[in-house]
Design a protein around this ligand. Structure first.
Ligand SMILES: Cc1ncc(COP(=O)(O)O)c(C=O)c1O
Length: 402
């Protein structure tokens, strides 16, 4: 039996194994994103999946085959860790998760919350992986690879059954690519159910391993730069996932950090959906015009585990690029009433002051002037322009930035 047949058969089995243990996530039409894209966009909400990402599907299926093992072990600083930890708790298996020392406290705690033992080792993922290999031999635990495993791919492929049941006339499915387990599973199942469905992969321009590997004709390691889509920051696809991608995936596109940040912002503001960077990458590709489609298009929102500090920074950037939050800065006369007048102008346009920094120790200030920086929230970019215009009319040379 060929690899595709094997994964399809396994995925059918995975459906019944994960039923009741993972959620059957909703697929919803988005009028807002359809309007922007120019074709019908549907979102598949894997951010609402148990543990906050699709990873639990593959982990549940894989671990269902390991119930006699002494324990399981995985290396991950992210969603694979939580998926394996949760699946281990479902089957009553011991789990050890090796994370790089840089892993965020929230991820460590979430993984421990499912009962796994977390071992912090190494500065980067590769070092954590080597330690996991070593520990698996020492403890006699089964190592669970995050993507290059037919059982993991088959588990992730269960998403495609749900998509084709809910939307049989789907034209294209847009899928993020890390190591390629998710897209491989989805491609095998979707193409089997309907060979006309197009599968389009999305990866960050900062981690373009599949784009480069396809060009080279073999799995190729690339240099990975930091990306908000941390789940997609993988150096090379697996040999199994690469072959499936080469055979079944119709197109792979890359997205920039700005495009991912904008998609995260719009998902939250317009869609009321909290996604993580990797989960927003497919929508980023659609909204930036990198995906062509004329029929119903499904965008996989693959996860929602974003650090709130990161989301806060993305929101600030989004608000400032829309002129809805700004920093007004300049030198103003150091005389009584100046601040009063400036803040009065802001208030008269319904601007809300977030912070005022009055820097008298700025020795570059012209004589009898002081530097002020006022962070304001305003209803729109136009209001911001009006405030600046009024300030200028009254003799205050202030500029907006963030
Ligand atoms: C939220 C999210 N989306 C997508 C991916 C990529 O999945 P894969 O490595 O199977 O390509 C990951 C991987 O960690 C992820 O966490």
């Amino acid at each position: 039996m060929g690899m595709h047949d094997e994964i399809y058969r396994l995925s059918l089995e995975a459906r019944s194994v994960i039923r009741g243990r993972a959620r059957r996530t909703p697929l919803d039409y988005s009028s807002t994103f359809s309007r922007i894209a120019g074709f019908d966009v549907f979102l598949k909400y894997e951010n609402l999946q148990k543990t906050g990402s699709f990873k639990v599907r593959g982990a549940l299926f894989k671990l269902s085959r390991l119930q006699d093992a002494r324990g399981v072990i995985a290396a991950s600083a992210g969603n694979h860790a939580q998926g394996v930890a949760y699946a281990a708790s479902v089957y009553g298996l011991q789990a050890v998760i090796v994370m790089p020392e840089t892993a965020s406290i929230s991820k460590v705690e979430a993984t421990q919350g499912y009962g796994a033992r977390v071992v912090l080792h190494g500065r980067v993922y590769d070092e954590a992986w080597e330690e996991a290999v070593r520990l698996s031999e020492e403890l006699g635990f089964e190592l669970v690879h995050p993507f290059n495993d037919p059982l993991i791919m088959a588990g992730q492929g269960t998403i495609a059954f749900e998509v084709l049941e809910d939307l049989p006339r789907v034209d294209a499915i847009i899928v993020p690519i890390g190591g390629g387990g998710l897209i491989s599973g989805i491609a095998v199942v979707a193409k089997r159910l309907n060979p006309d469905v197009r599968i389009i992969g999305v990866e960050p321009a900062n981690a373009p391993k599949v784009t480069v590997s396809l060009k080279e004709g073999r799995p190729t390691r690339v240099e990975v730069k930091p990306t908000i889509a941390d789940g997609l920051a993988v150096k090379a696809p697996g040999d199994l996932t690469f072959n499936i991608i080469r055979e079944l995936v119709d197109d792979v596109v890359t997205v920039t950090e700005e495009e991912i940040a904008e998609a995260l912002y719009l998902l939250l503001e317009r869609g009321k959906v909290l996604a993580e960077g990797s989960g927003a990458a497919p929508l980023a590709a659609v909204l930036s015009g990198k995906v062509e489609s004329s029929g119903p298009t499904v965008v996989i929102v693959s996860g929602g585990n974003i650090d709130l500090n990161m989301m806060y920074r993305i929101l600030l950037r989004g608000l400032s690029s829309r002129g809805r939050i700004a920093s007004l800065e300049g030198y103003v006369p150091d005389t009584p009433g100046t601040l009063h007048e400036i803040t009065g102008i802001i208030a008269s346009r319904r601007g809300n002051i977030v912070d005022v920094i009055h820097e008298r120790t700025d020795y570059k200030a012209p004589a009898w002037h002081t530097r002020v920086k006022i962070i304001v929230e305003v209803p729109s970019r136009q209001t911001l322009e009006e405030v600046l215009e009024e300030l200028r009319k009254r003799g205050y040379d202030m500029r907006a930035s963030i």
